[in-house]
Design a protein around this ligand. Sequence first.
Ligand code: THU
Length: 127
Amino acid sequence: MNDYTALLEAAREAKANAYAPYSGFHVGAALLAKGAVYTGCNVENASYGGCICAERTACVKAVSAGERDFLAIAISADTPLCTPCGICRQFLTEFGDMDVIMENEGGEPVVLRLSDLLPAAFSMDGR
Ligand code: THU
């Protein structure tokens, strides 16, 4: 199995920039592309519907830099084992399957597969 310790550490560091004055819940994510790591944090807004999760922040940064192939995403939050929300599962699935790394109580990586977190995901070509 892959050692995702460094990717999880990058997610932990990204959490420091979380802008979460409304929920007070800080999240960081680190998305591993073929050649680079893209980090993100949650960015909230007074218009609550405008809040963006850490996972999507990282994904949008990566795709806008020209990346589309992802191997894994690590997530660090204020609570252990924070899994991506439903919107983020769908959003990430757009770019294929990947490992999803959460952090347990001891700060250790716990690995699940995105396709296990979102089985039978929607796609327009029925894949
Ligand atoms: N949040 C994330 O950034 N990622 C998750 O996996 C769960 C939720 C954010 C959204 C919002 O800013 C705050 O956490 C509370 O839901």
